[in-house]
Write a protein that binds this ligand. Structure first.
Ligand code: PEP
Ligand code: MG
Length: 566
């Protein structure tokens, strides 16, 4: 009998495959044993197994990523063979502990000591925990999952994924992803959508009951995980849905042109954007160029990346966002301080104007050089635009614009190709929405980031399952804030787009057109449906829907408006 579990659809695609749990939790274990010899043998076997697994991983990482990254695994190997830990394990086993309890006890002191040292050395405690957990999982017979070596047709289940984990998944192999926690706008969900991986997030406790080896369907369109599906459901999930791609720019039924651009995080996603008929890129999340490595990309590497994006879309606009580091996007080598509320902390432009000023300068140099080079090539490449994330204060924008001018002056002095691209601001904070006219006075465009804007207007964390109903842009205060930002931008002749996940929901396209947006930027997989909706929309009817939605007092009243029930 098949069983259906509900969650939140993150990617409107379906996949079928065999379940593998990522980072399985360590099962409960017995703590006492009266057979020290057997326990000692279990420990030795587990250690041999873990050693072989680390060596294999080390080789693969050295080959694919680099020696520096592989060194972390070398350190793991040394911890595994540490004589002090081994003698502590022996002593515990002699005292009547099981191998699991002995491992746990033997690692406790060194972990505590590293933690007490503080600073970078304290990070070694995490490595020790990794090694300890690898041993405990091996002892429990729960295998490690290597994301790079998953068999074809794997459905990955996880408690939650971080963006760098999701980015490491290969959609040609992994047939789908489902998580216990997480919402549609969590960055791991965004990454899954960007790489076209069927995904359902926030399924909750019932997901934990699915065992490795079970066949499931992940249906991101319906937002469900189907356990032990019947043959018909499997076949339907395997059949690629035919979606008509519309390559040219579209207009509403009454002739108003709306640009539909793509959100991308890595150069590898450009191809998917082209294939889905995107009119350029509306949000290039450049912080993804900085994660998953041990040092930031240098100016030339960034120049190449931005130039590649421009070449991918001749005659179209590529909106690059300067790195939005912080919040839920930590970058190990930048040593982000622990903050009680990272979403309200040192994030986005705050870091770029502060601790990461050098990174901003390098990024701006690369961007202005790419813009200059592209301009020389005319329509053979795209037009660069650059926007700043997390602006909350007009003074921040002024400071960022000064940095742009300073970088341009330095490049010109050095005789380098250079052009100042079209500049814009993301409206992700209520403060920016409130100051939309003043911001729009200074730049060419505003782009509304509804993922953050919703969390800040509703005081509801985008990653916290307990408040997902509040984290919904259809709440009237969010809609009204969006409308104010659009009107404020237009009042000062800026064009206004939207690049939050709301822009990619075809069920909301009419409402967004009615609110007056000029551009929608969405994950590649949703672009064909959004374009089709635009062509069906009549602007006057859309404006009437928007007016009724803005007058509504609750989210459910807004839903009634959208259903035509008001
Ligand atoms: C947003 O906040 O809506 C946005 C597009 O930025 P990100 O999701 O990367 O925070
Ligand atoms: Mg944001």
């Amino acid at each position: 009998m098949s069983k259906t579990l509900s969650g939140v659809g993150a990617t409107p695609l379906a996949g079928v495959g065999t379940v593998r749990w990522y980072e399985p939790t360590i099962p409960e274990f017995d703590r006492e044993s009266d057979d020290p010899e057997a326990e000692r043998q279990r420990f030795v076997d587990a250690r041999d197994w873990a050693r072989a697994a680390i060596d294999e991983e080390r080789e693969r990482v050295a080959e694919r990523v680099g020696e520096e990254e592989a060194a972390i695994l070398e350190a793991h190997r040394q911890f595994l063979d540490d004589p002090q830990i081994e003698s502590a394990v022996d002593a515990e086993i002699e005292g009547g502990a099981t191998a699991e309890a002995a491992v746990e006890a033997a690692f406790a002191d060194p972990i505590e000591q590293y933690e007490a040292t503080g600073g970078r050395v304290a990070e070694r405690a995490d490595d020790l925990r990794d090694v300890r957990d690898r041993l405990l999982r091996t002892l429990a017979g729960v295998e490690d999952v290597d994301l790079d070596a998953l068999p074809d047709e794997t459905i990955l289940l996880a408690e939650r994924l971080v963006p760098s984990d999701a980015a490491g998944l290969d959609p040609d192999r992994v047939a789908g992803l489902a998580t216990v926690v997480g919402g549609r706008t969590a960055h791991a969900a965004i990454v899954a959508r960007a790489i076209g991986l069927p995904a359902v997030v926030g399924v909750g406790d019932p997901l934990r009951e699915i065992e490795n080896g079970t066949t499931v369907v992940v249906d991101g369109e319906a937002g469900v995980v189907i356990v032990d599906p019947d043959e018909e459901t499997r076949t339907a999930a395997r059949t690629e849905r035919e979606i008509d791609v519309i390559d040219e720019q579209v207009a509403t039924a009454d002739g108003r042109s709306i640009e539909v651009a793509a959100n991308v995080g890595r150069p590898g996603e450009l191809e998917g954007a082209i294939d889905s008929g995107a009119d350029g890129v509306g949000l290039f999340r450049t912080e993804f160029l900085f994660i998953d490595r041990t040092s930031p990309p240098d100016e030339d590497e960034q120049f190449e990346t931005y130039s590649e994006a421009l070449q991918a879309f001749p005659g179209e606009r590529i909106v690059v966002r300067t790195a939005d580091v912080g919040g839920d996007k930590p970058i190990d080598y930048l040593d982000l301080p622990a903050e009680a509320n990272p979403f309200l902390g040192d994030r986005g432009i705050r870091r770029s104007l502060g601790v990461d000023a050098d990174l901003l300068e390098t990024q701006l140099r690369a961007l202005l050089r790419a813009a200059g080079t592209a301009r020389e090539e005319g329509d053979a490449t795209g037009d660069l635009a650059v926007m700043f994330p997390m602006v909350a204060d007009v003074a921040e924008l002024d400071a960022a614009l000064e940095r742009v001018d300073a970088v341009a002056a330095a490049l010109e002095d050095a005789g380098e190709p250079c052009a100042i691209p079209e500049l814009g601001v993301m409206v992700e904070t209520p403060a920016a929405a409130r100051m939309a006219p003043e911001l729009a006075d200074r730049v060419a465009f505003l782009s509304i980031g509804t993922n953050d804007l919703t969390q800040y207007v509703m005081a509801a964390d985008r990653d916290n399952d307990r408040v997902t109903t509040l984290h919904d842009p259809l709440h009237p205060p969010v809609l009204r804030t969006i409308a104010d930002a659009i009107d404020g931008g237009h009042e000062r002749d800026a064009w206004v787009g939207m690049c939050g996940e709301m822009a990619g929901d075809p069920a909301l396209t009419e409402l967004l057109i009615g609110l007056g947006l000029d551009e929608l930027s969405a994950s590649a997989v949703t672009i064909p449906q959004v374009k089709a909706r635009i062509q069906e929309t009549d602007t006057e009817a859309a404006e009437a829907v928007a007016e009724r939605a803005l007058a509504a007092e609750t989210r459910s009243a807004v839903l009634d408006v959208l259903d035509g029930d008001d």
